[in-house]
Design a protein around this ligand. Structure first.
Ligand code: NAP
Length: 546
């Protein structure tokens, strides 16, 4: 920069920036953030690595992918017009419908003109001298921006097993989160699915409908419960629409923003008959009620959790004909609901099909992928297609894959080497003007509800700064330590924090991610919002603003 240029830049530093704000990611978070930042009159650019909008719903095109929160509780709530215009066709919408919805949103709010597709951000470095971020894309281009919003998703970095030979397989193989845009036929094919999390379960039950022969490689089983999906006709959609104000109010009040309300009773405060009847009703009801609308103590009281786990185990035994297979499908290393509960539609019955085989890779580990299939410690298998439903480097993973450096060149990876530290899950000390949507230490739950709140809070802060001509916002060491301490306090006593899962940051496929961390805020969403509202109403005194 020339001396003259420097002088001009210091007179009006904004002139020198390419954008007032840059958003990384055009999923549910990035789209809404773009819409809101524009309302502040800002020049905004979204960089998106995919060729279209939708984030999670753009990438996860695997067979059977669908919501397992009620469709109408999952859509955006910010626009009455949008609520009036959009009809959901199923209580738990399939992925193509959700992707159509997000494209409709992008068109309706004319969002595409500020989104650059096929643009992966590889690095972003803070410049202390100008309080701005230098954002570098994969193609080498660089862009300067005042504010940086990381809307990169908690589950967006797929991971593959760490076994040799993956490249050697001669047939098609796919990770579920990198599914091709063209249809894949399983008719008459020998197919392997590795992984039985929420994704694997949805994939398996869909593939099993047409497959020649299916082999499922399961490491640890999960507790799955019925989704009970059904179509929504016009009349029912009209009723749902009329109920939107009440629905979103309920989602604001519940623990994790779902439509289900926790029962205030303790498991053992009712008679065994009442308990049984309640659980039968929940098991026969749609969605996450059995997880999110159960007795208040099932996720903290070991005896209550065991009792419920026994109930669900009994259901699995009733549904799976072969007792040996049923036993393999019943978890013995964690209780019901302590990992994310996959929702299923005929998943257990798949194992009654003569052309489906379940292999426990705890007993016979996969040793390598071979040109024709794979080899376990017991034998060689041949396949036409291999599907990896092996999950994600969750929550911090998408941050780890970008070279993010804050003030004085400090790498975020280094800042978080002992586990993530954040202020309200949105900011990190020494990373000024960087905001995270659905970053570590935020309330996840029914994700779009949490996203809307996060995005609006970020907009509130940026709006506050612009009204006052402020160009620099940073968390303080104290505000970050306080929040991280609060997150720790809220995690105490929760059985889920004693279990390895993506929710506790454990992934055997990723070097250095074998120990549990405090990855997410596990207190209630209303509590989260109360704290964040207080920060905003108090004029963001927990931050350094200049
Ligand atoms: P996941 O829950 O982490 O499950 C990954 C599966 O792959 C597990 O069964 C895991 O076994 C197995 N696995 C991982 N590495 C393996 C290896 N090297 N060898 C063999 N097996 C391996 O991932 P996910 O199923 O993709 O789901 C992630 C999250 O995405 C869900 O919990 C949910 O929040 C979200 N999701 C949402 C929806 C929806 O809303 N409809 C649908 C799908 C997913 P272990 O359990 O032994 O590690």
């Amino acid at each position: 920069m020339s001396a003259l240029h420097e002088e001009q830049a210091s007179e009006n530093p904004e002139d020198d920036l390419d954008f007032d704000a840059t958003i990384v990611g055009a999923g549910i978070s990035g789209l809404y953030q773009l819409h809101l930042l524009r309302k502040l009159g800002m020049r905004v650019r979204v960089f998106e690595s995919g060729t279209g909008v939708g984030g999670t719903w753009y990438w996860n095109r695997y067979p059977g992918a669908r919501f397992d929160s009620e469709s109408y509780s999952y859509g955006y709530s910010f626009s009455q017009e949008l609520l009036d215009e959009w009809d959901w066709t199923e209580h738990f919408a399939p992925q193509p419908e959700t992707l159509r919805y997000l494209n409709y949103v992008a068109d309706k709010f004319d969002l595409r003109r500020d989104i650059r597709f096929s643009s992966r951000v590889t690095a972003t470095h803070y410049d202390d001298a100008t309080s701005s971020w230098n954002v570098t894309l994969e193609d080498g281009s660089r862009h300067r921006t005042r504010f940086l919003v990381m809307a990169i998703g908690p589950l967006s970095m797929p991971t593959m097993p760490r076994v040799p030979g993956i490249e050697d397989f001669e047939g098609p193989s796919f990770h579920t989160a990198r599914w091709p845009h063209e249809p894949v036929s399983f008719e008459g094919k020998r197919v392997a699915v590795i992984g039985t999390g929420a994704t694997g379960v949805q994939t398996i039950q869909e593939v099993a409908k047409t497959v020649g022969h299916l082999t499922v490689f399961q490491r640890r089983p999960n507790w799955c419960t019925p989704l009970h999906n059904r179509p929504i006709d016009k009349a029912e959609m009209q009723k749902i629409r009329e109920g939107y104000p009440e629905l979103f109010k309920r989602c604001r009040e519940t623990y994790a923003c779902f439509v289900h309300t926790i029962d205030p009773r303790g498991t053992f405060e009712v008679t065994p008959e009442e308990r049984r009847a309640f659980w039968e009703k929940l098991y026969a009801s749609p969605g996450f009620g059995i997880w999110q609308g159960n007795f208040r103590d099932i996720l903290v009281d070991r005896d209550a959790n065991r009792e419920l786990s026994d109930f669900v185990a009994e259901k699995i035994r009733e549904r799976v004909k072969d007792p040996k297979t049923a036993a393999m499908l019943i978890p013995d290393d964690h209780g019901f609901g302590t990992r994310r509960v996959p929702q299923e539609s005929g998943y257990y019955e798949v194992y009654n099909q003569p052309n489906v085989e379940l292999v426990s890779i705890l007993d016979t580990p996969i040793e390598r992928i071979t040109p024709k299939g794979l080899r376990t410690s017991e034998k060689d298998y041949e396949f036409d297609i291999i599907i990896y439903a092996t999950g994600f480097d969750a929550i911090t993973g998408s941050f780890d894959h970008i070279d993010i450096r804050g003030s004085k060149g400090l790498p975020l990876k280094q800042k978080w080497s002992g586990g993530p530290q954040t202020f309200v899950g949105v900011m990190v000390e020494d990373f000024p003007n960087m905001f995270m949507v659905m970053g570590p230490h935020t309330a996840l739950g029914n994700i779009p509800r949490s996203i809307e709140y996060n995005v609006e809070w970020i907009n509130r802060l940026i709006g506050f700064m612009r009204e006052r001509g402020l160009t620099h916002a940073d968390a303080t060491a104290k505000s970050m330590a306080d929040w991280t301490g609060f997150v720790r306090e809220k995690a105490e006593g929760l059985l889920s924090n004693e279990i390895d899962s993506w929710m506790t940051g454990v992934n055997q496929n990723v070097e250095g991610k074998q120990t549990r961390i405090l990855a997410r805020y596990s207190g209630s969403a209303p509590d989260y919002r109360k704290r964040c509202d207080a920060v905003a109403e108090g004029g963001f005194r927990e931050l350094t603003l200049s």
